[in-house]
Design a protein around this ligand. Structure first.
Ligand code: ADP
Ligand code: ZN
Length: 766
């Protein structure tokens, strides 16, 4: 990236001569990243009036070509090599929005993830902060201006009894209160209030208030629990690290499901606060439930603003407020999804990454960063402790403990002596022979469910596929209804009686006859959660069955309501996708059924086995978290696959060893880094040609130590109308590789209609 020239390059003709030129030379210059993809950083001068105030991380407005744009200062300079430099026009806000540490992090990300720094900046700063258009919500507060005399009161009671009543209520306020609340509580109206203001008894003042996304909830104070031995040991390790964070390696807390990891996090945060430091807690978006937030808010409820929350379901206003609570230092704990790793906290002491193995920490658009890895790097820059927690460590993290790069801490027991659930494998091949047609629920699983119904215990049924039927086939010509934009079959949804594509959202009516051959021979094949729900409801008509997936949870509160009803015991059987697999804690669930464990196993992805193992372990962990022991039924056509067998025996170490061997044999992570380049275009030939050309250039540019494959059509050849080709590169020195790829791409002009995406450490290989 060439780091020069502000307006300089494009404004040479209007040589800059400022009346204060003398002084300007003695003041500083700044290097900025503007909010626009130009892939360059620009230099500007700082007018003397702003010289004291503009620092690294400030937001400024600058002239660029014939526009005024917002930009972030990434460096201050004594001099600039660029000529024709223009001054910045304005400074936005007093305190810089980004710390120097975060800017250093942004630079690392741009290089490592092979992407322009502007796109990293977009991730670092929420849009609502970048645009600086939203502000605090203002609310009218009412208070007493002066007490009425007895005489005045008497008069008021007679002539305007409602005003008297309101005045009474206001006189009793201990502090100014929101006018709207007072009016609501007294059932009086605004005109009554205005009349009191006119008479000079009360006054109204506008005050900024935070839009608290959890403001309506009450958090009961909650004390630290007495930890067991293993928890205590884990906390001690963290406390040692807190004393000397600079020289301490990241800690991997490997604790089986239900072993009390969250309690360790909570007490580690308390220890962090006690040192005057702040903390970030990352959780996967999907497990950022009200229940999770509540555990943190309750624990630190003596200071109501201490915990801020950042996730994608906040309104713009809420996000603004939560961000500023952190930025101003009023909140010192943030709990949030992926992007909370960039939370603007000073004096960072601890970053917790819960469920560190979760692939949702990976952002699937530029910058394609992994929040766990970014957390580790941020911790290094900030000199703070990083704690990765999980029941099923990623191969990468576990390998790092084996290599001594991370420190391992283990919780091997469930708290309260709860047993690990008993996992039973149901061989669907045998079931099929028994019942001819494949049933959704095997006989054994059916028996187990009716057993729970009789005992008033709850069941979770898991299937990672939405919809009713996964394809509509013609039994005459064999053709399936495929998406016109993507190379996948359309899924039939019974709720709206339509076919839909889960990749691009394409929607179609169900044809009466096969559009290919005209025969009336269409059949539905495969099944998703919608059909499981219908099937279960038909077999157990007396049971209350609910479904939880992206289709049934479209309403904002549906998720919360369903979980609430389930916890309250109003639902007997909950059917769902991964939405129910993670982190939820229901003591009365004693049975978990995994309808089809093979779904994840057969994807063309080197992590397929790892994902299956993790998913089985996580889902199984939902069972038996209370008094009664849990039982898990895993239905599968491949009962002897290692992922399933090791998960069955809760044998992480065994699984890790065999998986690691496979990865080493194939030169996959954690032995090599992978970089996946996707070249796409609406025109197949152009995509293919560009991929060929790029591969040729890469062959010239990359030293032999890197393994560069031939370009090939992606497993998902067509997506949203684009033909896609993959180039997979593997190697050890990743920073160097990223740099070489960036240089090669910069030198290669691609046609307008061809797009190239670089994914470093990819998780999506489709
Ligand atoms: P994990 O995150 O490891 O799956 P949790 O932290 O959710 O486990 O703990 C499971 C349950 O055990 C929670 O209800 C938690 O309050 C409780 N718990 C954790 N530690 C203790 C402890 N030391 N004593 C009693 N209960 C505990
Ligand atoms: Zn599609």
């Amino acid at each position: 990236m060439d780091k020069l020239r502000g307006g300089a390059e494009t404004h040479k003709e209007q040589q800059f001569t400022h009346p204060l030129a003398e002084q300007l030379n003695s003041t500083r210059f700044v290097r900025v990243v503007i909010d626009r993809s130009i892939r360059r950083e620009l230099d500007y001068s700082v007018p003397p009036t702003l010289a004291e105030k503009v620092v690294v991380g400030s937001r400024v407005r600058v002239p660029f070509r014939d526009k005024k744009l917002l930009a972030t200062v990434v460096a201050t300079l004594e001099e600039s090599p660029a000529d024709g430099i223009k001054p910045i026009e304005a400074l936005l806000g007093e305190k810089p929005v980004l710390s120097a540490n975060l800017i250093e992090l942004a630079r690392w990300m741009a290089v490592y993830y092979c992407c322009p720094i502007e796109s990293v900046m977009r991730s670092l700063l929420p849009q609502v902060i970048r645009r600086a258009e939203v502000s605090w919500r203002k609310q009218l507060f009412v208070s007493l201006a002066r007490s009425a005399t007895a005489e005045e009161l008497e008069k008021l009671r007679k002539r305007a009894p409602r005003q008297a009543e309101l005045l009474d209520a206001i006189a009793q306020l201990a502090a100014p209160a929101p006018a709207a609340d007072v009016l609501r509580d007294t059932s009086l109206d605004n005109s009554t209030l205005r009349a009191l203001v006119r008479r000079g008894f009360v006054e109204l003042r506008e005050q900024a208030v935070a839009r608290d996304p959890h403001g309506a909830e009450k958090f009961l104070a909650d004390a630290d629990l007495r930890m067991n031995e293993e928890q205590t040991a884990a906390l001690q390790l963290i406390e040692t690290a807190l004393q000397n964070p600079e020289s301490h390696a990241p800690i991997l807390l490997h604790g089986v499901t239900g072993s009390g990891k969250t309690e360790v996090y909570l007490q580690a945060i308390r220890a962090t606060l006690a040192r005057g430091k702040s903390a970030i807690v990352l959780v996967p978006e999907i497990s950022l439930t009200p229940q999770t937030v509540e555990r943190f808010k309750s624990r630190f409820s003596d200071e109501p603003e201490m915990v801020a929350v950042l996730h994608s379901h906040l309104s713009e206003g809420e996000r603004h407020d939560e961000w500023h609570k952190l930025h101003s230092g009023r909140a010192r704990i943030v709990i949030g999804a992926r992007s909370a790793v960039f939370a603007p906290l000073d004096h960072l002491g601890l970053i917790v990454v819960d469920e560190e193995h979760e692939s949702s920490y990976k952002q699937e658009e530029a910058p394609r960063y992994h929040a766990r890895d970014v957390a580790v790097v941020r911790a290094k820059i900030e000199k703070c402790v990083v704690l990765l927690g999980t029941a099923t460590p990623s191969l990468e993290s576990y390998a790092n403990t084996a290599r001594g790069k991370y420190v391992l801490s283990k919780l091997t027991q469930r708290v309260d002596q709860c047993q690990m659930p008993l996992i039973r494998i149901v061989d669907l091949r045998l079931e099929r022979r028994k019942e001819k047609a494949a049933a959704i629920l095997s006989e054994k699983l059916r028996g187990a469910i009716s057993d729970r119904l009789a005992k008033n215990e709850q069941t979770i049924l898991f299937l990672n596929r939405r919809g009713f039927s996964t394809s509509l086939l013609c039994s005459h010509c064999g053709k399936a209804r495929d998406c016109p934009n993507c190379s996948v079959a359309l899924t039939f949804h019974r709720s709206n009686a339509r076919l839909s594509c889960h990749l691009c959202g394409h929607n179609a009516a169900v044809p009466k006859r096969c559009p290919e051959c005209g025969e009336d021979a269409l059949i539905y094949a495969g099944f998703g959660t919608e059909k499981v729900e219908a099937n279960v409801a038909a077999i157990f008509p007396e049971a209350v069955v609910r479904r939880m997936d992206a289709d049934s949870m479209t309403r904002k509160d549906a998720y919360r309501e369903t979980l609430h009803a389930f916890r309250a015991g109003k639902i007997d059987i909950l059917v769902g996708t991964q939405m129910i697999a993670k982190g939820l804690h229901f003591p009365n669930v004693t049975l978990v059924g995994i309808i089809n464990a093979d779904l994840a196993l057969h994807l063309p992805d080197f992590r397929a086995g790892e994902r299956t193992f993790q998913l089985l372990t996580q889902v199984a962990g939902r069972a038996g978290r209370g008094e009664a022991a849990g039982e898990v039924f895993v239905q599968t056509y491949t009962p002897f696959s290692p992922s399933i067998q090791f998960a069955r025996h809760h044998d992480f170490a065994g699984y890790f060893e065999q998986e690691l061997e496979f990865r080493e044999r194939c030169d996959f992570p954690p032995f090599r880094h992978a970089v996946l380049i996707t070249v796409r275009s609406e025109h197949e030939a152009r995509a293919s040609f560009s991929a060929e050309t790029l591969t040729r250039r890469l062959r010239e540019a990359l030293p032999n130590e890197y393994i560069l494959g031939d370009p090939a059509p992606a497993p998902l050849e067509k997506l949203q109308g684009h033909y896609r080709f993959h180039i997979l590169i593997r190697g050890e020195a990743i920073l160097r590789l990223s740099r070489l790829i960036r240089e090669t791409l910069d030198k290669l002009p691609f046609p307008e209609d061809v797009a190239v995406a670089v994914d470093v450490d990819p998780y999506q290989l489709l």
